[in-house]
Ligand binder design. Structure first.
Ligand code: PMP
Length: 376
């Protein structure tokens, strides 16, 4: 199998699996218990909190563990809207993940007002649009760091500074950036930031929300005193340990990641664009994650191409795995190129740190063969 869908999920690193196992076997206690067998696990959770904090340049107290990025995104949006009843406006973009866009739609049905900013053909925002959208009742700007479908990077430093200057909270869905790019929240004035373990070789079902000290916060999940009252529910210690170890590995490897993966991604991209006619890159050529390539194959339906690739042993996708079971074309590529069929005729390839040049060369050949069959 050639796995080129790392933006959907990544294999669990062996060291992560090893670290998690004891907490699924003999150390299964409840961290909130008063006896040592359980209570010792509190310390284990705090180690993981420190590892996650170190990865993003935060303080451990600013980390709230969640069931993943979907919950973290929902939590940030709720927290910001609850902060001040006079501020009911959210600004987001047309290319956000469904966990932000669907949450905005649900909040809109209740009582929020939502502005969805457009992007241009390369997937970029106009900062002037953001500036114009912010008004006196804006509670939150929620914009992603790196797009999961195209890899396009939003200028988060400038967005954060703009939000600061206008007195508006800024939430950043950094799921695709963390582990792939250096993230240092000592220098980036975001108020909330989302990450998810399974995008950087940790387990599915665990993530974290960074909540900057002093930022307003109301829990989304009410319950016990876990997470210092910020997220009720008995902690899943094994998953949290896995997130912590994955964070530490990512921190040690982030510097070499870009150089290694970019070379292979560029080889894949050039191989496809140069040898298969009527193909087009979706997304800005440079302002992009080093591992992601989203390519339109004119006249070829995404699903048909993915099926042939799957049969040939190549895993790729036509957008977010969270929406893969719907017939809808990619909302991201549609927002970039609304007039064309590009959103129905594209494939996202996302490479990982273990991808090899042999896999890349084989994929280029298999894609070429599949496209020839489908166009023929
Ligand atoms: N945001 C982005 C940008 C994502 O790529 C994903 C995962 N597809 C999510 C949020 C949701 O993450 P999770 O699976 O942890 O809920």
């Amino acid at each position: 199998m050639i796995y080129l869908d790392h933006n959907a999920t990544t294999p669990i690193a062996p060291a992560v699996r090893e670290a998690m196992l004891p907490y699924l076997v003999e150390k299964w206690g409840n961290p909130s218990s008063s006896y040592r067998f359980g209570a010792k696990l509190k310390g284990v959770i705090e180690v993981a909190r420190g590892q996650v904090a170190d990865l993003i340049g935060a303080s451990p107290r600013e980390i709230v563990f969640t069931s993943g990025a979907t919950e973290a995104n929902n939590t940030a949006l709720h927290a910001a809207l609850r902060a001040n009843p006079a501020r009911r406006h959210i600004v987001t973009s047309a290319v956000e993940h469904s966990s932000v866009l669907s949450c905005c739609r649900a909040l809109e049905c209740d009582w929020a007002r939502v502005t969805v900013l457009p992007v241009d053909r390369e997937g970029l925002l106009k900062l002037a649009d953001l500036e114009n959208a912010i008004s006196d009742d804006t509670a939150l700007v929620s914009l992603m760091w790196a797009n999961n479908e195209t890899g396009v990077l939003f200028p988060v430093e400038r967005i954060a500074e703009l939000c600061r200057a206008r007195g508006v909270l800024f939430h950043c869905d950094a799921v695709q950036a963390v582990g792939k790019l250096p993230v240092d929240l000592r220098r980036l004035p975001v108020d909330f930031l989302t990450l998810s373990a399974h995008k950087f070789h940790g387990p599915n079902g665990v993530g974290a929300l960074f909540v900057r000290r002093g930022a307003p916060f109301t829990p989304l999940i009410h319950g016990g005193h876990q997470e210092r009252g910020r997220r009720g529910g008995t902690e899943n210690v094994a998953l949290i340990v896995g997130l912590g170890v994955a964070a530490e590995l990512a921190r040690n490897r982030v510097a070499e990641y870009a150089a290694k993966v970019r070379t292979l991604r560029d080889a894949l991209e050039q191989g496809i664009l140069a040898t298969i006619s009527d193909t087009e890159l979706n997304g800005h050529p440079e302002l992009r994650l080093p591992n992601t390539s989203n390519i339109t194959f004119r006249g070829v339906e995404s699903e048909a191409l993915l099926l042939l690739l799957d049969q040939a042993g190549v895993c790729a996708s036509s957008g977010s795995a969270c929406l893969a079971d719907s017939d809808e074309p990619s909302h991201v590529v549609r927002a970039m190129k609304p007039e064309s069929a590009a959103s129905r005729q594209m494939v996202r390839f996302s490479l990982g740190r273990d991808t090899t040049i042999l896999q890349v060369d084989t994929t280029v050949r298999l894609v070429r063969e599949a496209v020839t069959v489908l166009r023929g």
